[in-house]
Ligand binder design. Sequence first.
Ligand SMILES: C[S@@+](CC[C@H](N)C(=O)[O-])C[C@H]1O[C@@H](n2cnc3c(N)ncnc32)[C@H](O)[C@@H]1O
Length: 215
Amino acid sequence: MKSLKKRIYRLLRFQKNKQELISDQDLIDFNQVYPLIDQIPGFLKSPKQEQWFFKAARHAPPEAVIVEIGSFMGRSTASFAFGCMGSSKHVYAIDLFEGDNYMYGSGDFLKTFNENIKACGLEQFVTPIKQNSLQAASTWSKPIDILFIDGSHEYEDVKADFYGFYPHVKKGGIVAIHDIKGKWEGVIRFWKEVCNSGLLDNIGMVSSLGYGTKC
Ligand SMILES: C[S@@+](CC[C@H](N)C(=O)[O-])C[C@H]1O[C@@H](n2cnc3c(N)ncnc32)[C@H](O)[C@@H]1O
């Protein structure tokens, strides 16, 4: 009995790890582009998250629509866009691109974003949208395969971003939220609510990135 339990636990652990693991070919391809991604400043704390974006885009359906809220200088955008190479998948990068004179600094971030995407040779896979995320949500019409939320980290804002775009996510599409672990209490609180809401299935986590699929 004990050994059967052990075997089941081992099998479950293996299944879990298998889901987290990136295939050998994906890893080889990711490692080739990572030095380019890593030249872009940003807020991702672990290469595992960049790897996850790359893999999610690569395994998304052909012609997938990827929507990112909060692109900053393009680090997460480039990670997704490298996974789109050789396909018609596309990343829509929504950001105010104006900084905040505080955490993000100030300047013409759209110019920097475009330069970074160009330096990676990814222009054909990326469309920047310089707009408030809620304004963008109010006119959005394309069905979304992957939604990544990393804009304002205030509770009400992350909630509004989620509910603004969630209706556009295809059934089975991926929703990911950054900073569900660490110091961002509003994001952590909202993520807990989402996990208990029944709106997402297959919930997982990579470093401080939480993700799930639309039920
Ligand atoms: C944490 S940064 C994004 C980091 C980025 N994902 C990366 O890989 O480095 C958050 C970004 O969200 C943007 N942002 C904040 N509130 C926003 C809003 N309401 N609409 C659009 N963008 C917003 C900021 O301008 C900032 O660039």
